[in-house]
Design a protein around this ligand. Sequence first.
Ligand code: NDP
Length: 452
Amino acid sequence: MAFDYDLFVIGGGSGGVRAARVAAGDHGAKVALAEEYRMGGTCVIRGCVPKKLMVFASEYGEMAADAQAYGWDMEVRGFDWTRFHANLEVELNRLEGAYRNTLRNAGVQTFDQRATVVDPHTVALADGTRLTARHILIAVGGRPFVPEFEGSDLAITSNEIFHLSALPTKALIVGGGYIASEFACILNGLGVETHQYYRGDQILRGFDQECRTHIATQMQADGVRLRTGTDIVRLEREGAAIRATATDGSDDLFDVVMYATGRVPNTDSLGLEGAGVHLGRKGEVVVDDYSQTNIPSVFAVGDVTDRIALTPIAIREGHAFADTMFGGQKRTADWDLVPSAVFTQPEFGTVGLSEEDAAAKGPIEVYVATFRPMQTLFAGRQNRVLMKLVVCAQTRVVLGCHIVAPHAGEMIQMAGIAVKMGATKEDFDRTVAVHPSMSEELVTMRKPVRKT
Ligand code: NDP
């Protein structure tokens, strides 16, 4: 049977664009891609990229204050959200254009409309056009999840936070994961009175306990009003403000309430069940290591599969899929020892096992260094850096490396190479320190603080 395309990709985010570009540009496949919103997907348009730019924006106030200690005569007269937001839009437009160019240069045909799956080889565009393809790739990502409760429609999510017409004076963030904790720090840094309610006993569940405590303590010292063990019962409109009633009976007024309580796969009304594709409990597309669904012609990559919801993982899944199906190289992504960063303030970089997870597997040694970093110590700040290595007592292999520090995301990328290569504690130790730096502590920790 002759198909219109070798591959039809639904979703123009990190995973879909990489798969389309490699399939068409590197392997000569005839490829089409449909995107219903803006090209670039969550990461570029309403995720990692605008978030990181907001992190940068939020750090300048403190940096300007510290500059005084370094002899600079500086006066900070406040933050202009409108100016920042206009510049942000310019940058996002530039990036969206770059994504479109990439696809155009690779020879991918794009459709700026929603596509749904009709059957294992057919998609329907929103304008009614039906197109056929030998393979269909689902790369539609996820969307924020807000639980249903009284007044939940008054809450915004990370999708809307980038489009506020004005910066709030007082904001509530609900949740304790990556997005909630990052935005609590961003808003706090921009001068917003920021409250964060989290239902559990400590934010960033799943990460190394000592690091979570260190980050939460620092966030609170910097001004974030964090309340753990607290959830919302209802939200009510009160003039221009929102009244939030918490589980402990207390209530407070906020200009903005943002929910960052997880994300769900974007598979609603996509036609997948009708085509016979198995979905999981959360609506995720169930795939094997080659990103293939139970229907042999239908594949899925990225957040919609609910494996590891990180851009670089979606990119690798998309690339491996394209190489396997169109490049004659059967290969999978690698989901083991994935370094990542949480862009809280302080920033957190992590790779491998937490102390708790490592200890559950066998005897370990834990090396920790905590100190006040030179740059901010000079300016009189009390913030502390934390460097931690979790080492297997038997093999000496570094099982986990965790860094809470300015630029921890940059540092963990490098440390991640060593950990991925299976470096031992002694490999770290025989590496000469770069002095003076923060990361030199990673190679100068002599005695374990704990053995378990
Ligand atoms: P997370 O899964 O990280 O966090 C969700 C948070 O919401 C948890 O604290 C959870 O609590 C809480 N929660 C869930 N349901 C409810 C509920 N019904 N009521 C109250 N609280 C609730 O999700 P995020 O939305 O923060 O991020 C989604 C994913 O996006 C991340 O897992 C990550 O993979 C990715 N991401 C990565 C970033 C990075 O690399 N820097 C940045 C942003 C996102 P509990 O812990 O009790 O379950």
